[in-house]
Design a binder for this molecule. Structure first.
Ligand SMILES: [Zn+2]
Length: 328
């Protein structure tokens, strides 16, 4: 993300707030940007720093080609300091070092910017030290604190910052981010059906329980089409042992909902909406077996089963009824 015009696509509100303050030359002494992993916090901080240092900027847009912009891109601008956790935490010495660096005047200007990533990981001592630093702001210093968890920061630090929050990614953006990490399109699409949070999606992609849950859903549906007699034993020996907890069972039913919605999308020749992308053949078989009307009824039945689970009806009973009701 190299320009504000790109950033506006992903994070319009925060971008608007920051670029307004750049336009009016009213940049705060301290910003706290919080939001989920992958929502562009680091990129926002980097862009703000560029807009502060770039001498050829057009309005608020940095030029990307001057020495300042290039140095920021390569991570070695002398007046931009970044702090990240050293191991599990950000330690007092790291903040002390920052303070010392800031006592030197800049070569070309007195402007200084520091970015603290995972600011919630500061030890209590480090946080108190930073607080003192924030309490004596020099005219030309800008602090940018980033966190996924703003509530873990000292209230006294938060109160000194202009607080900005990034919005979660939409499903398409998250899908692309997941695919950048090597996850297939089919898997990325299923993951984004369950979460809009990159960290959670990545965790789920490595979750063997979730992978097995998906398989069981496909198996159950196949059995409902082809071997109805074997469904009770399948529910008893495979389904129930896997979906032991109520929330797990809800997730299993959510997958079942996704599957049947996919069959409807298949019927309607709308492949771009299909989630179980790697099961097209089975979706085709299901669409020949069940009409759209059948499936609409099944979706209602599954929703009803989810409600019963919430009302603490015995899980095994809920699933047995559900599989009986899903008929042709
Ligand atoms: Zn520039």
């Amino acid at each position: 993300m190299n320009s504000w015009s790109e950033m506006f696509q992903q994070q319009p509100i925060v971008s608007k707030m920051i670029t307004n303050s750049i336009k009016k030359s009213r940049i705060s002494h301290a910003y706290l940007i919080y939001g989920d992993k992958g929502t562009g916090k680091v990129e926002l901080a980097q862009l703000l720093a560029k807009s502060i240092f770039c001498k050829n900027k057009q309005g608020y847009e940095p030029c990307q080609t001057c020495l300042d912009c290039k140095r920021i891109n390569s991570g070695n601008h002398p007046d931009l300091h970044k702090i990240e956790p050293d191991g599990a935490s950000i330690k007092t010495e790291q903040i002390a070092h920052l303070k010392k660096e800031f006592n030197y005047t800049g070569l070309e200007s007195n402007k200084k910017v520091y970015i603290i990533e995972h600011a919630d990981k500061m030890t209590d001592n480090a946080a108190n030290r930073l607080l003192k630093f924030l309490e004596e702001p020099s005219q030309e210093t800008t602090a940018i604190l980033l966190t996924e968890n703003s509530q873990s920061l000292l209230a006294t630090i938060r109160s000194r910052c202009q607080i900005l929050s990034t919005r979660p990614l939409n499903s398409k953006q998250l899908e692309l981010k997941l695919m950048e990490t090597g996850i297939t399109e089919a898997n990325a699409r299923i993951l984004t059906t369950f979460t809009r949070n990159l960290a959670e999606a990545l965790e789920k992609s490595n979750d063997t329980w979730f992978a097995q849950a998906r398989k069981l859903v496909v198996q159950l549906v196949e059995m409902l089409q082809n071997n109805r007699d074997e469904v009770p034993i399948f529910v008893h020996t495979q389904w129930m042992p896997h979906f032991k907890e109520k929330n797990q069972l809800q997730e299993g039913l959510d997958l079942l909902l996704v599957w049947f919605r996919d069959v409807i999308h298949y019927h309607m020749d709308d492949p771009s909406s299909i989630v179980f992308l790697h099961q097209m053949e089975k979706l085709e078989q299901a669409s020949m077996y069940w009409s759209i009307q059948d499936i609409t009824k099944h979706l209602q039945t599954i929703m009803e089963a989810k409600r019963k689970l919430e009302q603490n009806v015995h899980p095994q009973l809920v699933i047995e009824q559900l599989t009986l009701q899903i008929q042709r």
